[in-house]
Design a protein around this ligand. Structure first.
Ligand code: FAD
Length: 220
């Protein structure tokens, strides 16, 4: 899995801070960028502590995500407050086997061999269908959830907080959890105030929605 933050505002925390200042100020919105960085930082910290997160919708982050499974992207696109572009299985040539192996399968030699054999059989059948003149849009019906795919995702910061609460949680499926943690690491570097408390709900809110006391992250 590769995750790269490829797009964000030059100063990603400034716009939300200006939006927050606007709500409590007589200053016209077009003059807000004259505020000092120190003042804007303090305002943003204040609204984040208060949980007034609508202002952080004014900043977005775009990620390039490659070599993840279709199983992952099926879960990812359930997050509706986002924009997506995904590599097409209709227009792109998938003749070579390219798939994700779950770590629990990869670490067992026998299981891994059986898994790889299954994948090779699937791709043989896929290629046979293509050779028989079946269009890619139909031949792909035999491709597995494990098939690799690439996506570009843009989310605003508020939607990302929700995404991290749900998908950094130990209860989330391992692959999307890995993705969420990588995305969180990237955005924290460029927007440390907004994402200071971001993560699973046990970190952001100090509660465990699953009430899983045996979880290593369970709030002490
Ligand atoms: C551990 C885990 C297990 C899951 N298992 C399943 C499963 O078995 N089956 C399944 O179908 N899904 C499952 N999901 C997906 C889950 O139900 C959500 O669809 C997904 O996490 C997206 O979350 P969201 O709706 O909060 O995100 P978004 O779609 O990005 O929405 C963000 C927020 O906006 C608001 N919102 C968005 N759209 C609407 C709307 N139409 N009306 C009102 N408010 C809205 C809500 O407050 C929402 O939380 C699972 C998710 C997790 C994390």
């Amino acid at each position: 899995m590769n995750v790269k933050l490829i797009g964000f505002l030059p100063n990603p925390e400034k716009m939300p801070a200006m939006a927050a200042k606007l709500t409590h100020s007589k200053i016209k919105p077009e003059d807000l960028d004259k505020s000092s960085d120190k003042e804007l930082k303090a305002i943003l910290e204040h609204v984040m502590n208060q949980g007034h997160t609508s202002v952080i919708e004014h900043t977005c982050f775009t990620f390039a995500i490659s070599d993840v499974s279709r199983s992952l992207t099926h879960q990812l696109v359930r997050h509706r407050i986002a924009s997506y572009a995904q590599q097409s299985q209709r227009y792109v040539d998938f003749k070579e086997p390219n798939y994700v192996i779950p770590p629990k399968i990869a670490k067992n030699k026998q299981m891994k061999e059986a898994y790889e054999k299954t994948m090779n059989t699937i791709w043989e059948q896929y290629n046979k269908l293509l050779e028989m003149g079946i269009p890619a849009q139909d031949s792909r019906f035999v491709l597995p959830n494990a098939a690799c795919t690439n996506v570009i995702v843009t989310m605003n910061a508020r939607s990302l907080l929700n995404f991290f609460e749900l998908r950094c949680c130990m209860h989330a499926q391992w692959e999307i959890r890995q993705l969420a943690n990588k995305m969180l690491k990237e955005v924290t570097k460029v927007a440390p105030i907004i994402f200071k408390n971001a993560g699973p709900m046990c970190k952001s809110k100090g509660i465990c929605p699953e009430n899983k006391e045996d979880c290593p992250l369970y709030p002490k």
